[in-house]
Write a protein that binds this ligand. Structure first.
Ligand code: C5P
Length: 223
């Protein structure tokens, strides 16, 4: 049966602006917001805390099934990640945890275990969901789909600015490489790779402000 609750999906690589745009769109529409990347980061945190090996699929999947996390919107900054009621945002919003999240996200059984949690976020009056496979796999029947892109240099600079605020002291060049590596893994994995849905609207945000992207997206949702 068709699900009548509308969904707006925003997919794209890291630094394409989907987190800020997604939260602001959700705020303006009065809809719920799902940061699916935060779920993979929360899982990475739990796996790291437990000292598990990322290759121990059975144990990792068990953690995915038991995951207790939530995300508190915080636009235009990224949403705050809570695990077991504790704010772990500073510990998971870094490239090291991004890399572990990306490794875990390439395991098919992990993705399957997290599918239900993500679909449960589809609640009236609507949902804005951002990630890598929102329009292709998690909500293929979404009402509006966008795929945000931006030049690799622009994306690295955006991430650099975000991470600097959180005390990151690495170089822009190292960050650029880490992001490239993560995006390549995300785009090449066998299950739910990062790619635009066939019916997604492509939006290059390289030269656009967050507000411009938000109004372009909302324009398509409302009309
Ligand atoms: O969006 P964010 O950078 O927080 O996502 C962290 C990682 O989680 C991504 O690099 C990707 O590997 C994974 N992810 C995913 N599918 C999603 C969202 C995130 O595989 N829908």
């Amino acid at each position: 049966m068709n699900n009548p609750v509308p969904v707006l999906t925003l997919d794209g690589p890291s630094g394409s602006g989907k987190g800020a745009v997604g939260q602001l769109c959700a705020q303006k529409l009065g809809w719920h917001y799902l940061d699916s990347g935060a779920i993979y980061r929360a899982l990475a945190y739990v796996v790291r805390q437990a000292g598990l090996d990322a290759g121990d699929v059975e144990a990792v999947v068990q953690r995915a099934e038991d995951l207790k996390m939530e995300c508190l919107p915080n636009p235009p900054e990224s949403a705050v990640i809570m695990v077991n009621g504790e704010n772990v945002d500073d510990r998971v919003r870094n490239e090291e945890m991004g890399r572990l999240a990306s490794r875990l996200a390439s395991i098919p059984a992990v993705r399957a275990a997290l599918l239900r949690v993500q679909r449960r976020a589809r609640q009236a009056p609507g949902l804005v969901a951002d990630g890598r496979d929102m329009g292709t796999v998690v909500f293929p029947d979404a009402h509006r789909k966008f795929f945000l892109t931006a030049g690799a240099g622009v994306r690295a600079e955006r991430r650099y600015k975000q991470l600097k605020v959180k005390g990151f002291d690495g170089s822009l060049a190292a960050l650029f490489e880490a992001i490239q590596e993560r995006d390549t893994r995300d785009a090449q994995r066998a299950v739910s790779p990062l790619k635009p849905a066939e019916d997604a609207t492509m939006l290059d945000t390289s030269d656009m402000s967050i507000d411009e992207v938000v109004s372009r997206v909302l324009d398509r949702v409302i009309h």
